[in-house]
Design a protein around this ligand. Structure first.
Ligand code: NOJ
Length: 767
């Protein structure tokens, strides 16, 4: 009797869970039943139509160009339409005039904001604050959804260890652990717990996989990665997105170990679908199916379509002008008729897309409410969060003699010269992939400082140099070309004007870096030198001996080795977004305290690239006294290590301890450390945990990040931070056994404020 009672209690406890799981299974079943019912009615042409995604660029195309194809069921998705009236117009053709009334799925690159621009992803990673990143992407989703966009091509989670690669700006930097946290946070931000819910988007993790390892940092170039590097370094952020429930995946452009990612069955079928059980759909990157021919991989477009579809690409993203695309649309039917492809293979791809459209509720709610857009976009909370995000993303690299923060009302500073090519640029404060905002509303650095100091302080601006640009950007079609480069005479005149202004002012804020399109897609640089004559300007201004604050606006680490011992204060703001100027002024004047940390190792100069903290020990590590693997002309250490960043206060770490000195394979170890704010101001510190496995079946990196927490501390406050090192943290993919292993070994542990932390202890793992 007692046993029966017990059973009933247990059952009643688990029933709700069983019911929820049951409901989920039922709704999944219902979705797949509906998708199958629809599939049964579709002609082969209509099925292929669902696999066809087209760009619509209003700069180049007329809506009438698209409508017949939509009406005939030949288009399943459009990208780049952001005008809600046009979205409704196209959708009406799909759901009211096409035979099966299947709605279109509208996609767009909502990368770091939509109307409100948040800091670029590399900057958001510098916040080491996944909660804030999730909130930012929630707002981005809300704004994009308001115009009828239902799908974002984000997060971009490519690990990048070569800052010459322009797309380093779009990801979270060099580290798989930080990258995985940022990846999952973004998926949660975009999709919430249900991507069909109001204000949410379907996310698309990209570019699968290894794109950031392009040879020489040249965009689209081949990547050669061992399986160990893939599994241990490049794939974890993708896996994190899949675990967070990401609904779609985009294939990459480059070839990985000679097999283009878009035709790579190992990546898409074996890893993504079989090993990770991914249930969503895969979209190609733009024209990358047809480009399988360009790679010298597929014989012709039909072969390309065959290779991509069988490798696991469901939808082809195509540019409709020229002859670059339409590999699927023009050849899949023929391939089926010739029996190279079975109808089941087509159905599988179509089913995944139909199921997604059903799950998004597009059949029930295909339209967007055009009248609600303005109120959504004019929400001041969005701008407040953008400002906070920019404050939290900035990294203070140097602050000699505590020049910062400045004090408002300081009688010694009655005039400020804000100098440099990025100082008054609304366009460049935003960064790559800002295609749907109103650039006029962005706040430049000069504007931010003027607002902050008020009329009592004279704030003047001089551009000083013209960065120029040798190469047109693929984004010029949206943002327009740059003004004509200055003539020699104008260059001389402007340079002198800037110097004169700096000379006659009490303080100089020098704003240097890159134009927004100097990083991002197709923006490869052979060096990380400051573009144009900025270095000359930096030297000339520094020679004046004025108190000088260097603010960097850029999408990659740039070569500032000259400045680091000469300019007292250096603040890395990256491209901080719409509220960038205000946030920078907040930071300079201490209304916000910098707490960001570098998500990349900062090279001393281009010659050190690639450089990353989690390298292996060598036969002659840099600590060796005789010959080492160091350069003859440069130290091996970077200018700034991964994880580095200062505050206006100071922190002390102490009392590092582990919960046990010895653990069995599979058991967890707790790591605890005390952190105290030893300065006079409140501040936030990113407490970082690194480990090193001393021996094993394969050599392991000198250090690997395995935990972090951004902690807020009042002056004098002390907290204990606790981390767990479990199976996930202690396991790695070993090329010795070609699989995941957790090995008995001694582990070093470090905690501190960057990847050179010295507070250390050890524990052992035994069998
Ligand atoms: C090409 C880019 O590589 C990708 O990241 C982007 O999402 C698509 N174009 C669509 O714009």
């Amino acid at each position: 009797m007692r046993n029966v009672k017990c059973l009933l209690v247990i059952l009643s406890f688990f029933m709700p869970l069983v019911q929820t799981l049951g409901q989920r299974t039922t709704s999944r079943d219902a979705t797949s039943t509906r998708a199958n019912a629809l599939l049964a009615k579709m002609t082969l042409e209509e099925k292929i139509g669902q696999l066809n995604q087209l760009f619509f660029l209003s700069q180049l195309m007329k809506p009438e160009m698209m409508e017949p194809g939509i009406r005939d069921g030949k288009i399943g998705s459009l990208l780049f339409v952001t005008n809600p009236a046009l979205i409704n117009r196209f959708q009406k053709v799909a759901v009211e005039q096409s035979r099966l009334k299947i709605p279109l799925l509208f996609g767009f690159d909502v990368i770091h904001g939509f109307r409100t621009v948040f800091p670029v992803p590399l900057a958001m990673a510098s916040s080491w604050d996944p909660t804030m990143v999730e909130r930012a992407q929630t707002i981005a989703a809300r704004e994009a959804r308001a115009v009828g966009v239902r799908w974002t091509f984000a997060p971009m989670v490519d690990i990048a260890r070569d800052p010459r690669w322009g797309r380093i700006v779009e990801g979270a930097g060099e580290d798989p652990y930080l990258g995985a946290k940022m990846s999952a946070a973004q998926v949660r931000g975009f999709q919430g717990s249900d991507p069909s819910a109001p204000g949410r988007l379907l996310a698309c993790v990209k570019h699968f996989a290894g794109y950031g390892a392009a040879d020489g940092g040249r965009d689209y170039d081949s990547a050669y990665l061992s399986d160990a590097e893939l599994y241990n370094v490049y794939l974890p952020p993708f896996k994190a997105a899949v675990d967070a429930g990401v609904g779609s995946v985009m294939s990459a452009y480059m070839d990985l170990n000679d097999v283009p990612a878009t035709g790579n069955a190992f990546l898409l079928n074996d890893v993504l679908r079989k090993q990770w059980d991914f249930k969503g759909f895969v979209v190609s990157d733009a024209n990358s199916v047809g480009d399988l021919v360009t790679h010298g991989f597929a014989a012709d477009k039909a072969d390309a379509a065959f290779r991509a579809l069988t490798a696991g690409v469901d939808m082809e993203m195509t540019f409709p002008l020229g002859d670059v695309g339409f590999a699927y649309a023009n050849s899949l039917a023929k391939l089926v008729n010739e029996r190279r492809l079975s109808i089941e293979q087509i159905d599988n791809a179509v089913r995944r897309i139909l199921e997604t459209k059903l799950k998004l509720g597009l059949f029930e709610n295909p339209y967007v409410d055009e009248s609600a857009v303005a109120s959504n976009h004019n929400n001041p909370e969005h701008r407040q969060l953008a400002r906070l995000a920019a404050q939290r993303s900035a990294v203070l690299l140097r602050n000699e003699g505590n020049l910062l923060p400045l004090t408002r009302g300081d009688s010694k500073i009655s005039s400020i010269a804000v100098v440099g090519p990025l100082a008054d640029s609304k366009r460049d404060i935003r960064g790559s992939w800002t295609l749907a905002d109103d650039v006029k509303t962005a706040v430049s650095v000069v504007e931010g400082i003027r607002t902050k100091v008020g009329p009592g302080v004279k704030v003047d601006y001089a551009q000083g140099v013209d960065i120029g640009r040798a190469y047109p950007s693929i984004f010029d079609i949206f943002s327009g070309p740059r003004p004509k480069p200055w003539s020699e005479a104008q260059q001389r005149e402007e340079f002198e004007k800037a110097l004169a202004l700096a000379r006659s002012s009490d303080l100089v804020v020098l704003v240097l870096g890159e134009h927004e399109e100097m990083s991002g897609e197709g923006a490869t640089h052979s060096t990380i030198d400051l573009p144009g004559r900025q270095r000359e300007l930096l030297e000339a201004v520094s020679a004046l001996g004025k108190p000088t604050v260097l603010v960097l606006i850029n999408g990659r680490p740039v070569d500032i080795h000259w400045a680091v011992n000469r300019v007292p204060a250096i603040l890395e703001a990256w491209h901080p977004g719409s509220e960038g100027g205000n946030a920078i002024a907040d930071l300079i004047y201490g209304d916000a305290t910098p707490g960001g940390k570098l998500p990349v190792t900062w090279p001393r100069s281009s010659g050190q690239i690639p450089i990353y903290y989690a390298h292996n020990l060598t036969q002659k590590p840099e600590t060796a006294k005789d010959f080492t693997s160091r350069y003859w002309d440069l130290p091996t250490s970077p200018l700034y290590p991964f994880g580095y960043g200062l505050s206006y206060t100071t922190f002390a770490y102490s009392n590092l301890r582990v919960s046990k000195a010895q653990a069995r394979v599979g058991e967890s170890v707790e790591v605890l450390v005390d952190i105290e704010n030893t300065g006079r101001r409140a501040g936030e510190e990113v407490v970082q945990l690194y480990i090193h496995q001393r021996s094993g079946g394969a050599a392991r990196p000198v250090r690997e990040l395995k935990g972090f927490e951004r902690v807020a501390l009042a002056s004098g406050e002390k907290k204990t931070v606790r981390f767990t090192l479990g199976k996930a943290e202690l396991t790695y993919w070993s090329s010795a056994v070609k699989g995941w292993v957790q090995e008995p070994a001694t582990f070093d542990v470090w905690t501190g404020g960057d990847s050179t932390a010295t507070l250390t202890t050890t524990f052992r793992v035994v069998n």
